[in-house]
Design a protein around this ligand. Structure first.
Ligand code: FDA
Length: 305
């Protein structure tokens, strides 16, 4: 049943008609639990509250799978505006974005142009930018563009997904760039030809890449809500004397808030991924796919209205 629900929500996450409707009607169906707001000004308040609790943030201006130049340009402007607000309001926040939002599916030339504008702003205002990783189809292209941009800018990182067979090789190859990487299990529906179908294999590979990247001496963001992975990271820290300023934990806004606070109290750097914007639908569907308990929460929200 869980697998059926997961596939159903991952299927819905790519529905263009629902995406458009969601933009029109605003945050609904309990999405506000996972999405901080529709505008940067609402979101700035959320960031301040998290910062006051000792947490760092990365904001994600929601948006993905853009198929035209005008929309990619608009998303680019919104990212640049977010960078300015972070700087003006002295928020402890980085920026995360998806390359399909910046025109990856339109042309490489367009995505590079938009990314360079964002990274110029990031450099000017000292705001670090992480490129989220999307589905397997875009993984190779995303990493090629990341390598190109990393040779031009310092303030850029990306994400690798433990469920992909290719990831161990990617960690090895990217080591030459000393990259700041966020490591995750992976959130998209992928074929067993490219990704481990069994959860225990994904977990094993996750541990493997955490260890590899930390021992390579590169900055590692372990992005998970899974206590087993958190404990494993702490074990590697102790076993190999990894300094605490070489890694951090990351979790999503609205998920395991108490655990986030505990990690801060233990002296770890904790970064909360805070999504905002009117393009919340695909993100929200992936969160539902991850955890059936979230569906019960939504049903309560809908019935409660
Ligand atoms: P998993 O889903 O296996 O959960 C493990 C355990 O965690 C559960 O058994 C439970 O104990 C606990 N848990 C999970 N959710 C909980 C909840 N709501 N309440 C209480 N306990 C809960 N993916 C991607 O493909 N590209 C990307 O760029 C990113 N970026 C990203 C950034 C950040 C900051 C995070 C945290 C995650 C991502 N992801 C992502 C998503 C990631 O790939 C993955 O889908 C989710 O993090 C879920 O996997 P977990 O590691 O949390 O474990």
């Amino acid at each position: 049943m869980e697998q059926v629900l997961r596939n159903f929500f991952l299927f819905l996450s790519k529905n263009k008609a629902f995406t458009k409707m969601a933009r029109k009607y605003g945050l609904r169906f309990g999405a506000a639990r996972f999405v901080a707001g529709e505008t940067m000004s609402n979101t700035a308040k959320v960031i301040q509250e998290l910062n006051a609790k000792g947490m760092d943030v990365t904001i994600d201006h929601l948006g993905e799978f853009v198929d035209n130049e005008a929309e990619a340009k608009q998303r680019t402007e919104e990212c640049i505006e977010a960078i300015r607000v972070i700087s003006e309001q002295q928020l402890h926040s980085q920026l995360s974005l998806k390359m399909t939002s910046m025109g990856l599916d339109v042309s490489e030339e367009l995505v590079l142009k938009n990314m360079r504008r964002i990274l110029d702003a990031g450099k000017e205002y000292n705001v670090f930018v992480t490129i989220d990783m999307e589905d397997y189809e875009r993984c190779g292209k995303t990493l090629e563009i990341f390598k190109q941009l990393k040779s031009e800018y310092d303030g850029i990182g990306t994400v690798l997904q433990a469920y992909l067979y290719r990831t161990v090789e990617d960690i090895e190859e990217l080591n030459a760039y000393n990259p700041n990487l966020r490591l995750v299990k992976g959130a998209y529906k992928e074929s067993p030809k490219v990704a481990f179908p069994a959860k225990q294999d994904v977990d094993l590979n996750f541990k493997k890449i955490i260890k590899m990247h930390m021992l390579n001496g590169n900055y590692t963001a372990v992005a998970t809500h899974d206590d087993q992975m958190i404990e494993y990271t702490k074990h590697i820290e102790k076993e190999y004397n990894i300094p605490r300023d070489q890694f951090e934990f990351q979790m999503l806004y609205g998920i395991r808030t108490e655990r986030q606070e505990e990690l801060v109290a233990e002296g770890y750097r904790m970064r909360v991924y805070v999504p905002y914007g009117d393009d919340w639908y695909g993100y929200f569907m992936r969160r539902l796919a991850e955890r059936p308990a979230n569906v019960a929460f939504v049903v309560k929200g809908v019935i409660g209205k």
